[in-house]
Design a protein around this ligand. Structure first.
Ligand code: GLV
Ligand code: MG
Length: 324
């Protein structure tokens, strides 16, 4: 290990994160009754300019009056380049800061963006005498944000998670796709002809580099990496596959832009019973090995060593967190 210790952000279950437009208060009760881990009430891209003010009022009222249970509550503020953002922070934190756990900052570009919001939130919390500190979730969804992802991840003690905002990221990088998440037929490999002349098209994952890069920045700073939206909410298999790819790379949650995606995210992002059972067997086998003075042994015909202990511990810890 490096001498540099990584401080872990506040531990929070974040397998699923539901986006709920602040301008649609009729959706709030259903969201509160769902099985989602985190809800973000949106003031940004799901809300039209004329509705921003009313959406802010709806969110303040809902945070104060609805029973959200043990869910972590977040508000996605408008971008720092808009004139809505300061009022989003001031009004929501002043008037509903007690129930607010997180602020989601969209299109974050630099560490100084984080600093600016941190300063504002700190002043409000101090003035109001709040004891709890509100955490930050950052959406990495621009070329600038991705370029500076490491500095952003390290920019504030409030930071808890990084989210891959695939739709805006595609727009910012001018990627040739209009899907929200998912795969693209044009991002594929055409194999060389086989002996009988057949060629196959192997679809690739055009988001692999971006998600992997964000995961590294998040984990190197003790934050949760979370995969963003998958637009085609009728395609449960496509959603599941996207969530699985993200989970395999290290993400611990995925957005739900429709309530039907919550159960899929919770399922994919929870380790299965078989995985947890195997992790426990690895820990037992390594404990036995250590007692015999060995640092590596074989289990089911495969080598395991001290790195296996750390991998297994991650899974066992996660399952404990889920069972509460
Ligand atoms: C989310 O905000 C996205 O742009 O995908
Ligand atoms: Mg976006």
């Amino acid at each position: 290990m490096s001498f540099h210790a990584i401080e872990q952000a506040t531990a929070r279950l974040n397998r699923s994160e539901l986006a709920v437009p602040g301008s649609q208060p009729q959706m709030f009760e259903k969201a509160a009754a769902s099985d989602v881990d985190v809800i973000f009430l949106d003031l940004e891209d799901a809300v039209a300019p004329d509705e921003k003010e009313q959406a802010r009022k709806n969110i303040i009222q809902a945070l104060n009056e609805i029973d959200w249970g043990r869910k972590a509550m977040s508000v996605r503020i408008n971008g720092l380049d808009t004139h809505y953002m300061y009022r989003d922070v001031v009004d929501v934190v002043e008037q509903a800061g007690e129930r607010l756990d997180l602020i989601m900052i969209p299109k974050v570009g630099t560490a100084s963006d984080v600093y600016a919001v941190d300063m504002l939130v700190t002043q409000i919390e101090d003035a109001k005498g709040y004891e709890k500190r509100i955490g930050f979730e950052h959406i990495i969804e621009t070329a600038l944000g991705m370029q500076n992802v490491h500095e952003i991840a390290a920019a504030s003690k409030r930071n808890e998670s990084l989210h891959f905002g695939v739709a805006d990221y595609a727009a910012s990088t001018r990627a040739r796709t209009t899907n929200i998440g998912g795969v693209n037929r044009d991002y594929s490999v055409l194999t060389d002809p086989s002996d009988d002349g057949d060629r196959e098209v192997h679809w690739g994952d055009m988001w692999h580099y971006a998600v992997a890069r964000m995961v590294v920045a998040a984990r190197a700073n003790g934050l949760r990496p979370i995969d963003g939206p998958f637009g085609d909410f009728k395609d449960a298999d496509g959603y599941r596959a996207a969530a699985m790819r993200a989970a395999v790379l290290g993400c611990e949650g995925k957005w739900a832009i429709h309530p039907s995606q919550i159960a899929l995210a919770n399922d994919v992002m929870s380790p299965s019973e078989a995985e947890v059972a195997k992790a426990k067997r690895i820990l037992e086998a390594m404990a036995d090995a250590e007692a015999q003075g060995k640092g590596a042994v074989s289990l089911d015909g495969r080598l395991i060593d001290y790195a296996s202990i750390r991998q297994a511990q991650v899974l066992v810890e996660k399952s404990k967190q889920i069972s509460g």
